[in-house]
Design a protein around this ligand. Structure first.
Ligand code: CMC
Length: 455
């Protein structure tokens, strides 16, 4: 006769006559004939509840196998909501379209961390703090000068943010709210300065110090582009475009880099080191590096006439259409719609060019092709961001750095949520070992260097 157990290992409760039963999953293990009742909370079962399901006394319990976390929730989060099928993105409940149109990036950064929009007093104090922490230690200039002229800016950014940790040893005290506050302020304030210094290093130009009278985005553009003029005045279309792109990129729930920040942060390391891990993850071409890859792809295509042949090649497996497809969005990425509109505005201010024509042709052909339609592959946020950045004369290799500046706000909000979540522990996935069984050591090497045994 089949036993029925609860998730905690006890017999299933008879709820007859006691109202509606709490939602649960009834499963039967065909290896043993035993049945189990596993509670469903918020549409999920706890993977740990599977542990009680054993084929025999030596079995360590059933695991769920989920390479690349396709269907595993690793946390409860109140920060960002995505409905990939309906193309919805909200930060703390606010639709991304409204935030992009009406909010400032620093307001969004506050919202992500604190959960509600700031009051005027909170906002003013926050902007003041961020503005007055934009300077970096003078040693930082020497540190950046150590990089070769052709070092990739994401390698430099990743190392530089990791190095920031060495300037602020007190940041290790992550359970002190004051230390967390100052670390969050410093990171959001200094990452644009470091990014701009990296840009100037790439170009062999002198570093430009922050200008505290400018807004967050305008100050960043000033540190990037200012030459001999005493006061920098940016193109308002560019400043607004940067502000909107920063808002769109500020958070995107549990993506690869955010998972990296949470996972590394779960070891209780300081936030500079955790954010450096996020930057490393973002660098990859399947993640933040896609905006750079889109432009390289467009350059390779070279002419709108060559788009059909390129698309045929993608369909035959010769590569991917970069800037298309998303793990979560199975309809139009809501950010891509905003970015496309923004690209029109920026391009209108600098003039249409061949690359944009190629992009429009790629989008037009792909959106009517059954290969892309059947796989629900739509343009993602990175399809158009590269074109905007290029119109603003940023070098292609610098695009992902711009993404990283914005995502720092999201990484920090997610890092703090993880730290304060009592359910979280050090991240430590399980594995299914499929390697050799025990075997005796039998070397075939002619010479082996063995460290002498200690006395
Ligand atoms: N071009 C051509 N085919 C594609 C593409 C693409 N861009 N993306 C997915 N596919 C195909 C893939 O070959 C597979 O086909 P099949 O079922 O015949 O094997 C199917 O669609 C499903 O692909 P997948 O690799 O299982 O999907 P995924 O969820 O693991 O990958 C992705 C998501 C974003 C990594 C992928 O769509 C991709 O590589 N896109 C291009 C890179 C890109 O634009 N990345 C930016 C993502 S948005 C910003 C960010 O996250 O930072």
């Amino acid at each position: 006769m089949a036993d029925t157990m609860t998730a905690g290992g006890g017999p299933a409760t008879d709820v007859a006559g006691g109202g509606a039963a709490p939602p649960a999953l009834e499963v039967r293990d065909t290896r043993t004939g035993k049945s189990y009742t596993i509670p469903i909370v918020d549409g999920a079962i706890r993977a740990n509840d599977l542990k009680q399901i054993k084929s025999g006394p030596d079995d360590q319990g059933l695991l769920s196998y989920d390479p690349a976390f396709l269907n595993t929730a690793a946390c409860r989060s109140k920060i960002t909501f995505i409905d990939g099928d309906r193309g919805i993105l909200r930060y703390r409940g606010y639709p991304i379209e409204q935030l992009a149109e009406k909010a400032s990036f620093l307001e969004v950064a506050w919202l992500l961390r604190h959960g509600d929009l700031p009051t005027q007093t909170e906002y003013d104090a926050w902007v003041h703090e961020v503005t007055y922490h934009t300077y970096v230690h003078e040693n930082f200039k020497k540190f950046l000068e150590g990089f070769r002229y052709d070092a990739h800016p994401m390698s430099m950014l990743c190392s530089a943010v990791a190095a920031l940790s060495s300037f602020y040893p007190a940041a290790k005290d992550i359970f002190d709210p004051l230390q967390r506050d100052i670390s969050v302020i410093r990171l959001i304030a200094k990452v644009p300065t470091i990014a701009a210094f990296i840009y100037r290093h790439m170009k062999g130009l002198p570093f430009v110090y922050p200008d505290n009278e400018l807004s967050y985005s305008e100050n960043f553009l000033s540190m990037v582009a200012r030459m001999s003029q005493p006061k920098y005045k940016s193109n308002p279309t560019f400043t607004r475009a940067i502000e909107i792109l920063f808002i769109l990129h500020a958070d995107h729930e549990q993506n690869c880099s955010t998972s990296a920040v949470r996972s590394v942060g779960s070891s209780q390391v300081d936030p500079y080191s955790a954010v450096a891990a996020g930057i490393a993850a973002l660098y990859g071409p399947l993640h933040g590096g896609a905006n750079e890859a889109v432009l390289r792809m467009i350059e390779e295509i070279g002419d709108p006439k060559r788009v059909p042949a390129f698309i045929e090649g993608v369909k035959k497996g010769s590569g991917r259409l970069m800037g298309f497809g998303h793990r979560v969005y199975k309809s139009y990425d809501p950010r891509a719609k905003i970015v496309k509109h923004l690209a029109d505005e920026v391009v209108a201010s600098v003039g249409m060019d061949r690359d944009l024509e190629i992009a429009l042709e790629l989008e037009r052909i792909a959106l009517q092709d059954d290969y892309f339609i059947s796989r629900k592959l739509y343009p993602n946020v990175d399809f158009y961001t590269g074109l905007i950045y290029r119109s603003m004369k940023f070098p292609t290799s610098f695009f992902t750095v711009l993404f990283a500046i914005a995502r720092t706000a999201g990484w920090l909000a997610q890092w703090e949520e993880m730290l304060l979540d009592k359910e979280q522990k050090i991240a430590r996935p399980r594995q299914l070992y499929v390697g050799s069984a025990e075997r005796p050591y039998a070397s075939t090497l002619a010479k082996v260097i063995v460290t002498p045994a200690r006395n």
